[in-house]
Design a protein around this ligand. Structure first.
Ligand SMILES: [Zn+2]
Length: 456
């Protein structure tokens, strides 16, 4: 979710990106042929006009589609009890309800446990509303409500279909990792802190068959998919959608999966037009392609996964505040207060938040830490420093996306990511000051379970 920005947008022209030559890649010597790989890509574009999510200021549903949006699945299997399934979706944020539907399917049909399912949302701001996320922002008529509710059901079914296809695709393969850089992400809190941090790392996992053909490209970047702003009403995946399309075009037969990093306080720069989203997508795809051309490091089994939840606390939860807000002038405060008072009347107490933390470790070669919600960039930088001997990628927007996750710096500075965003997300208020300590402690436990130790 991004703050509301009104910009004049010129008439957009969709520029078709030019096919690059089909490159031959130099890779490290494969040493582990014990893995099986399955990939799938499925269209999740709504088939009717639908409200788009991400900017509270929008006043009408989508007018068309500039780029289809997709869910992509990558399964990496050592054996049927040791495997990881990456599931990406080009939406603002998957809801707990959708994740639960997919989890149930994966558990019943394939005996996959919670730690083996790694969900990630691209956080595109030109994708459909995922009900009931951000329900404080919208007041739909009956027809629009039916459409967004039906879309959520359809999305869950489509992701299950993609999982089935990827399972049917399993065959022997190899993994290789490397890192690149892309510079278009800025810290968007410049007015509060002109020297805010960024993370320009572009981690890349190349997945091949035994013949060396690229089957999948998993890559990440810590930046909001907000190049396109609020008065644009056409569906797209923003910069990461264009990056994936470019990579799939340049690597025929491969599925490119974008994983959002700790992008909570990171915006693309410049932003405001569709063409800029195309340009950033191209820059990111080129950074990935450069990595693919270099010598990559083999990534081997064993695959170890762990998933735990930590209880976070909200501060200043005061029912009298909501009783005041519900009769006030601000429509968003009113709607949030209504939710809070309904919950309170059902016996809700002080307001805690169960926060999922997940890690996947491939031998000593690569570790991916999955943090949920809109995590600010410090969680990436601090963990990479703490686990300096791990080849670590810290993803954000994993599992559910129900709020921002600030750290001490952001809570001290205040602003949208600490306070105002909690209203739009329908959360009780800002987090307690110990939110970072609680998360870092639980990360330590999860990392230990997968064999990753700090400061070695
Ligand atoms: Zn956001």
């Amino acid at each position: 979710m991004n703050r509301i920005i009104k910009l004049f947008l010129p008439v957009f022209v969709y520029i078709t990106m030019i096919d690059a030559a089909n490159a031959q890649y130099a890779v490290g010597k494969p040493r582990d042929a014990s893995l099986k790989i399955g990939v799938a890509k499925i269209d999740i574009t709504p088939d009717t006009p639908i409200w788009l999510s991400g900017y509270a200021s929008r006043e009408k549903p989508s007018k068309g589609i500039v780029q289809p949006i997709r869910s992509r699945v990558l399964i990496i299997q050592e054996n049927p009890s040791s495997r990881i399934v990456f599931i990406t979706a080009e939406v603002l944020g998957l809801s707990t309800e959708i994740i639960d539907m997919v989890r149930k399917h994966a558990e019943q049909k394939y005996q996959l446990n919670r730690s083996q399912l790694f969900f990630n949302s691209s956080h595109t701001h030109t994708g459909p509303v995922i009900w009931p996320c951000l329900d404080v922002v919208y007041e739909f008529d009956a027809a629009d409500q039916r459409r967004v509710s039906a879309y959520g059901q359809k999305l869950a079914t489509r992701i299950c279909d993609a999982l089935d296809s990827a399972m049917a695709d399993l065959s022997a393969g190899l993994l290789f990792a490397g890192h690149g850089q892309a510079g278009f992400a800025i810290n968007r809190r410049g007015l509060i802190n002109p020297n805010g941090p960024t993370d320009h790392d572009v981690p890349v996992l190349r997945v091949t068959d035994l013949g060396g053909n690229t089957k999948a490209i998993l890559f990440g970047y810590a930046c909001h998919n907000t190049t396109i702003v609020d008065d644009y009403h056409y569906i797209s995946g923003d910069y990461s959608g264009f990056a994936q399309t470019e990579l799939e075009r340049n690597n025929p037969g491969a599925v490119a999966l974008f994983i959002t990093g700790c992008a909570g306080d990171q915006n693309p720069e410049p932003r405001g037009t569709l063409q800029l989203a195309v340009d950033h997508g191209k820059e990111l795809a080129m950074a990935v392609q450069q990595v693919l051309k270099g010598t990559l490091k083999p990534v081997r089994a064993p695959i170890r996964t762990n998933y735990q939840e930590v209880e976070l606390k909200f501060r200043d939860v005061d029912i009298s505040r909501y009783q005041k807000d519900i009769v006030g002038d601000n429509i968003y405060l009113q709607r949030r207060a209504k939710l809070m008072l309904q919950a309170y009347n059902k016996g809700w107490g002080a307001g805690g938040y169960s926060y999922p933390i997940q890690a996947v470790r491939f031998g000593k070669d690569l570790t991916i830490l999955g943090l949920s919600d809109e995590v600010v960039v410090d969680y990436s930088l601090n963990n990479k420093k703490k686990y300096a001997h791990e080849n670590l990628f810290v993803a954000g927007y994993c599992n559910q996306v129900n709020c921002y996750i600030p750290n001490k710096r952001i809570l001290n500075e205040g602003g949208y990511e600490a306070d105002d965003s909690m209203i739009y997300y329908g959360q009780p208020g800002r987090f307690e000051d110990d939110v970072e300590d609680r998360i870092m402690k639980k990360i330590g436990e999860v990392m230990k379970q997968v064999g990753a130790l700090a400061g070695r």
